[in-house]
Design a protein around this ligand. Structure first.
Ligand SMILES: [Fe+2]
Ligand SMILES: [Fe+2]
Ligand SMILES: [Fe+2]
Length: 430
């Protein structure tokens, strides 16, 4: 992989649209049946929003909401059956009383990032039926119109049978949506859907494999541009979603981010760069979104094949983040966290490892070792330092970075006793 890129990371500007779409693509790797679900819903929602004359800012909000709407259902193994039901094209109406929980959970996750507050609210109610106007309210809260757009778009996205051209089914899908106007869907939104879906190109776009480019071209103009502070805040939200996937890694990414920032500031890096190293820490395990949750949660030892699957995750971290222009340095620092200086790491077997990536690698190991595990308490710092110095002596990690860990305030960097599954074969992975 190409390492490094931008010299002046302090002036970083990243497009929120690129971040969210690459995250949506990552989530769609999660589940075979999801097959571009988030990107499809984003496309249909944005078309309807534009058709009814929503402002550019409102279209942006709905794109973010659509691109993230099922994240809570997709990420937690216990809610996967619910997602399966929700993604079933035949599931017409009520598919369970717990249906609204994942919207609420997801809205809580996103609410931590102020620019996405409106999108979070839209997500919260994305399964509320119009119910002849009663759906203006839910749980004594006013339901945004955009939630009803998402409700409709979500169904349109799942109706084309897998593997068949959507255009062939356009007539049936339009009839199915029309038959539920007033009951499940807001009638005016059904009218708008009929307008946009009268074009063959709508269905061809829906089936296109180049949806990120297509969405960006059509709707990317008003996207929010993130400076270092906002990027840091958004990375923290993404990290919380990654960590949410497994009770065993409940605070791992945030622990690695904090440890990385402490190491970077001790190394004397300027503060904007320290913050970016923190972003790399937050995002280092993003590729785990592509690892089946059954593997992350599997009790006991993993098989060799399962281990290979888990070890793909830095590759996916790189794939996901490399779609975000401006994030080249951070991508390298995050994706190289399992590389070793002597070439014994994975998956790139990279030997040219930037200093910031060495920091994230040491922070990752330190955090993993000091976190509590289901079968043991986290290692004491002295014990952990012995392990790290041995690895440094063996030529695997940077001894200079390890020595930066010395000092009183470097206890358990996460400050949270997060249980994390570990297995005999791969004790330092995180
Ligand atoms: Fe949903
Ligand atoms: Fe959905
Ligand atoms: Fe990792």
């Amino acid at each position: 992989m190409e390492v490094g890129g931008r010299a002046d990371s302090s002036a970083i500007i990243v497009n929120s649209f690129d971040m969210v779409l690459s995250f949506a693509r990552a989530m769609d790797l999660l589940h075979p049946a999801v097959s571009e679900h988030h990107l499809r819903v984003a496309y249909v929602s944005a078309c309807i929003a534009e058709e009814i004359g929503l402002s550019d800012a409102e279209v942006q909000d709905i794109l973010v909401a659509a691109a993230m709407h099922d994240v809570a259902a997709a990420c937690a193994p216990q809610t996967r059956p619910l997602l399966d039901r929700a993604l079933d094209s035949d599931a017409a109406g009520d598919i369970g009383s717990d249906l609204h929980d994942h919207g609420l959970e997801c809205s809580r996750m996103l609410a931590g990032f102020a620019p996405f507050a409106r999108a979070a609210r839209v997500i919260r109610f994305h399964h509320v039926d119009w119910n002849h106007g009663a759906g203006r309210y839910f749980d004594e809260c006013r339901v945004p119109l955009e939630s009803h757009i998402l409700r409709l778009a979500d169904r349109v996205a799942v109706l084309p049978p897998a593997g068949e051209p959507a255009l062939v089914h356009a007539k049936d899908i339009r009839a199915s949506i029309r038959s539920r106007a007033g009951d499940h869907f807001h009638p005016h939104l059904v009218d708008a859907f009929e307008q946009v879906s009268a074009r063959e190109s709508f269905w061809l776009d829906l089936a296109s494999k180049h949806k990120e480019a297509l969405l960006k071209e059509r709707f990317g103009g008003g996207a929010l541009r993130l400076d270092g502070d906002n990027l840091h805040a958004l990375a923290k939200v993404f990290a919380a979603i990654v960590d949410y996937r497994s009770a065993y890694t409940a605070a791992h990414s945030s622990g690695v981010a904090k440890a990385s920032e402490l190491l970077a500031s001790r190394a004397g890096l300027p503060s904007p760069r320290v913050r970016l190293v923190g972003v790399a820490g937050y995002l280092h395990d993003l590729g785990k979104l592509a690892v089946p949750p059954e593997l992350l949660e599997k009790p006991g030892k993993l098989t060799d094949d399962e281990m290979l699957l888990i070890r793909q995750h830095p590759y996916y971290t790189q794939q996901i983040l490399s779609a975000v222009p401006g994030l080249e340095d951070v991508t390298a620092w995050a994706a190289l966290h399992h590389e070793r200086l002597d070439g014994t790491g994975y998956p790139f077997r990279e030997l040219q490892i930037p200093f910031e990536a060495r920091i994230v690698a040491v922070a990752d190991i330190f955090t993993a070792l000091t976190e509590d595990r289901p079968y043991r308490a986290g290692m004491k710092k002295e014990e952990c330092m012995d392990v790290l110095y041995k690895m440094a002596r063996d030529g695997a990690i940077d001894g200079e970075v390890v020595s930066l860990l010395q000092g009183d305030e470097f206890g358990n960097p996460s400050g949270i006793a997060a249980p994390e599954r570990i297995n005999g074969l791969f004790p330092l992975t995180a």
